[in-house]
Design a binder for this molecule. Sequence first.
Ligand SMILES: Nc1ncnc2c1ncn2[C@@H]1O[C@H](COP(=O)(O)OP(=O)(O)O)[C@@H](O)[C@H]1O
Ligand SMILES: [Mg+2]
Length: 235
Amino acid sequence: MLSMKNISKSFATDNVVTHALREINLDLNEGDFVSVTGPSGSGKTTFLNIAGLLEQSSSGEYWLDGEDIAKLNDAGRSRMRNQKIGFIFQSFNLIPDLNLFDNVDVPLRYRGFNASERKKRIEHHLDQVGLASRMKHLPSQLSGGQQQRVAIARALATSPRFLLADEPTGNLDSQMAQSVMSLLEDINKGGTTILMVTHDPSLAARAKRQIFIKDGRVTELTQKNQNNLHLVNGE
Ligand SMILES: Nc1ncnc2c1ncn2[C@@H]1O[C@H](COP(=O)(O)OP(=O)(O)O)[C@@H](O)[C@H]1O
Ligand SMILES: [Mg+2]
């Protein structure tokens, strides 16, 4: 469903050019659950943002669901993002003065679903993350783990085929991190393709595939040799 060929991304600031990504090649199949690890500043967020059509690459080819992303204009990329991709962030990014119901409603209103369809989806997905009884609560009345569950419900409400998570457990204690990870595993079993950046090696190891980014280059850990970190196409 996703194919990147020689994807590079550079940022030019104050006469300094940062090569955030260097000629990345990656194919993702429908139903994959891929974890992304690597040192701080290695390009993980840049990679996720390009995959999620939040940023454009400087060069290379990116195909998503049979579409050549380079051929889409801003509106085309937004349309694809809204229809196919859900995002979860480390800091949850909930709207503080909206209750849970209204937070999950935001992307649904944006997509133009009618009121009864929105209500059905909101209730279904809050139930899925175990928070149906809290619909009228504000985010500040929940724990961090619960807030991240709301963010997951919001990401799933539009039925994306592809879920991108940037350090989704980064602000959570280990018990809450485990429960969010279990929820992501269930979502993946339901057919949603997941790409997750994490700092936690034990969570990364639970994904079906593991990729490692260092200095803007991607290497994939093979299934067989995950324990000794053998690199497929690595340095
Ligand atoms: N908007 C930007 N402008 C300039 N440099 C950036 C920008 N975004 C990221 N970078 C640089 O690109 C590199 C990769 O950043 P990032 O993808 O955020 O890494 P990670 O998520 O692995 O910590 C870093 O050197 C970072 O400073
Ligand atoms: Mg990052």
